[in-house]
Design a protein around this ligand. Structure first.
Ligand code: SF4
Length: 194
């Protein structure tokens, strides 16, 4: 069976430290900024508490390319620069990018950045250069809170399959039918409060 590589991000463990963004910068040197950003789910402003006094809490949502199962960016790219790999990652061949920005318009997750120096777009490739060496994406390795899990969802013994099976999870904008490969486990406190 083909692999289905995914990320599961546990909001219970995310402390908003942004080590993932630093890790992304170190590993990939993206000129347009890190390909993973830490935001809140709704306000998209990181330092906004959630809830009502006295039950206020901080809640963080690292956002990156969703490595969609049906990626609109790939369909929109006229040069074939964007490709969906069989094992999951959506990767970009910068040399083929003509900067038409069709992918940016098509992506519903606002995760494609423009690199002015190169005159091409940039996006997370799930550290595919590391995956191909049997390593994990660098953000997952470096996460201080061990909130980012990477693995094959088709392997029932993997941590990601366990989390998706045993914890409540959600995906971003599932109604669009893009099939995100990034799953989030909501904070346990949220479930206790509601
Ligand atoms: Fe493409 Fe955006 Fe989906 Fe990533 S999140 S695969 S850039 S449509």
């Amino acid at each position: 069976m083909a692999k289905r590589l995914v990320l599961v991000i546990d909001q219970e463990r995310c402390i908003g430290c942004e080590t993932c963004t630093v890790a992304c910068n170190l590993e990939n040197s993206p000129a347009a900024g890190p390909w993973i950003r830490v935001e809140t789910r709704d306000a998209r402003i990181k330092d906004t508490p959630v809830g009502r006094y006295p039950e206020l809490r901080m809640e963080f949502l690292p956002r990156l390319c969703m490595h969609c199962t049906c990626p609109p960016c790939v369909d929109a790219c006229p040069t074939g620069a964007l490709v969906k790999r069989d094992d999951g990652p959506v990767i970009l061949d910068e040399a083929q990018c003509d900067a038409c920005m069709s992918c940016q318009d098509a992506c519903p997750y606002d995760v494609i950045l423009f690199n002015e120096e190169k005159g091409a777009v940039e996006k997370c490739h799930l550290c595919s250069h590391r995956i191909d060496q049997g390593l994990e994406p660098f953000c997952a390795i470096c996460c201080e809170g061990q909130a980012i899990h990477f693995g094959d969802l088709e392997d029932p013994d993997s941590k990601v399959a366990q989390l998706v099976r045993d914890r409540e999870t959600f995906q971003l904008k599932p109604e669009l039918g893009t099939g995100p490969s990034v799953y989030y486990c909501p904070p346990l406190k949220r479930r206790r409060l509601v």
